[in-house]
Design a protein around this ligand. Structure first.
Ligand SMILES: [Zn+2]
Length: 378
C-alpha cells in the first residue's frame, strides 16, 4: 500500500506530565520519538503531518468508563484519594497518583480518539499516537499503569459508526481491558499476542479465552513462551493473525504497539528485535485498511524509542530496510547501536533456545486453528 496520509499525534502539552520518577512508565518516550522522526524529516512532506490532539471530553470517556470512576480519578488527581478510589486501584503502586494524572490521561486518550476521528472523516489513512495504548484500564479500574483506556474507546467510537474493527495488540502483556469490553461482540475482533500469562501480568489471555455468545471466536489470545524470538513470533503471527484478518475483513485496524516484547525489556521476557514490528506493519499495510496505531508498554526507553521511530518510518513509507544511513542526516546518535540506523541488529538464536520455544508455539497454533478458525470459515 502506498501511504496517502500518515498522521503523527503529538503535543508539547504531554511534556508537562510524568509518572513518579521511580515508576517504570516513562512518558518521555513519545517526546523522544517525536524528536527523532522530526530530525529525520519524517514529519513533513507529502502525505505526512503532525497533529496536536485535544483532551478527550468526559462525555466521550463515558463510552467506556463509568461516571463514578472518572469522578474518583479526577478527585484523586486533585489530592482527594478516598477508599472508593483505592478500591478502583487508583493510588496503588502500579497506578499511583501524580500531578496532572487526569489531564495527562484525558489528553493521551484524546490523541487516540483524534486518530479515529481523522480516519472516519477520511483525513488520515494511518495515524500513530506514541502517547496512547493504555490497554489494561477497565470501566471502573486503573490497572497495569493504565487509567483511561484510549484503545478501547477508539474501538467503541469506530464500532458506533458501524465499522468492523480489528484490534491487534502486540504488547508483551495481554490486552485485557480491550478484550473484556468486546468479549461478547462480533463487530470488534480482538487479537493479542503476549507472553504466557502464567509468567506475566495480568495473568489472563490463555488460548481458551475465545469470546462468548455473539463474540465467540472474536477474541483471540496467542500466549508465547519466555524467550520467544523473531522467527518464532513471526511464524505465530503469519499462521494465526494473517488468515484471521483476511477472513474477518475489517474496515479499520486498531493497533496497540507496546514495545515491551523487545529483548532486554526490564518487565518482559521475550527476545524480539524491532525488525518484527516493521515486518508486522508491512503485513498490516498490505491489507490496505486504515490503521489507528498507538504506543503502549516499553520499559527499555532507548529500545522503545527506536522501535517506535522505525514503526513511524514504515507507516509513512520512509523505511529503507536495513540501510537508513542516508536518512540519518542531522540525527544526534546518543547510542552507538544507533549508527546502523533505526533497525536492531539480528539476535542469534541457539538450538537450545529454539527447542525451548518452538514446541510451545506449535501447540498454541494448533489449538487456535482448531477452536477459532472454523468459526471464521477458515
Ligand atoms: Zn505491556
Amino acid at each position: 500500500m502506498t501511504t496517502q496520509n500518515a498522521v503523527f499525534i503529538y503535543s508539547s502539552e504531554f511534556e508537562k506530565y510524568s509518572y513518579p520518577p521511580e515508576h517504570p512508565f516513562n512518558t518521555v518516550r513519545a517526546t523522544r520519538v517525536r524528536e527523532i522522526v522530526s530530525s529525520m524529516g519524517m514529519l513533513s512532506g507529502i502525505g505526512k503531518t503532525e497533529v496536536a490532539p485535544k483532551s478527550a471530553e468526559r462525555i466521550v470517556l463515558k463510552k467506556f468508563h463509568t461516571a463514578r470512576y472518572l469522578h474518583a480519578l479526577k478527585a484523586a488527581a486533585g489530592g482527594h484519594l478516598d477508599v472508593e478510589a483505592l478500591q478502583m486501584n487508583i493510588g496503588s503502586q502500579d497506578c499511583p497518583v501524580f500531578k496532572g494524572l487526569y489531564e495527562y490521561s484525558a489528553l493521551a486518550a484524546g490523541g487516540t480518539l483524534t486518530e479515529a476521528k481523522m480516519i472516519l472523516s477520511g483525513q488520515a489513512d494511518i495515524a500513530f499516537n506514541p502517547s496512547g495504548g493504555y490497554h489494561h484500564a477497565g470501566p471502573e479500574l486503573a490497572a497495569g499503569f493504565c487509567y483511561i483506556n484510549d484503545v478501547a474507546l477508539a474501538c467503541v467510537v469506530l464500532a458506533e459508526q458501524k465499522k468492523r474493527v480489528l484490534y491487534l495488540d502486540v504488547d508483551v502483556h495481554h490486552g485485557d481491558g480491550v478484550a473484556n469490553k468486546f468479549y461478547d461482540r462480533s463487530d470488534v475482533l480482538t487479537i493479542s499476542l503476549h507472553q504466557n500469562p502464567k509468567t506475566l501480568f495480568p495473568g489472563t489471555g490463555f488460548e481458551n479465552e475465545i469470546g462468548t455468545g455473539e463474540g465467540k471466536g472474536c477474541c483471540v489470545n496467542v500466549p508465547l513462551p519466555v524467550g520467544t524470538y523473531d522467527q518464532a513470533y513471526l511464524k505465530a503471527f503469519e499462521t494465526i493473525v494473517l488468515p484471521l484478518v483476511k477472513a474477518y475483513n475489517p474496515d479499520v485496524i486498531v493497533f496497540e504497539l507496546g514495545a515491551d516484547a523487545l529483548a532486554g525489556d526490564p518487565l518482559g521476557n521475550l527476545r524480539l528485535t524491532n525488525n518484527v514490528y516493521a515486518e508486522i506493519i508491512n503485513h498490516l499495510m498490505s491489507f490496505d485498511k486504515p490503521i489507528v496505531a498507538t504506543g503502549g508498554g516499553g520499559y527499555h526507553v532507548e529500545n522503545t524509542v527506536r522501535a517506535w521511530a522505525l514503526a513511524w518510518s514504515v507507516f509513512c513509507g520512509d523505511d529503507y530496510g536495513d540501510d537508513m544511513s542516508h536518512a540519518m542526516g542531522g540525527v544526534f546518535l546518543e547510542s552507538t547501536e544507533w549508527q546502523a540506523g533505526l533497525r536492531d541488529r539480528e539476535l542469534p538464536v541457539t538450538e537450545q533456545q529454539k527447542n525451548a520455544v518452538v514446541p510451545a508455539i506449535e501447540t498454541v497454533i494448533k489449538k487456535i486453528k482448531k477452536s477459532i478458525f472454523p468459526i471464521h470459515g477458515i
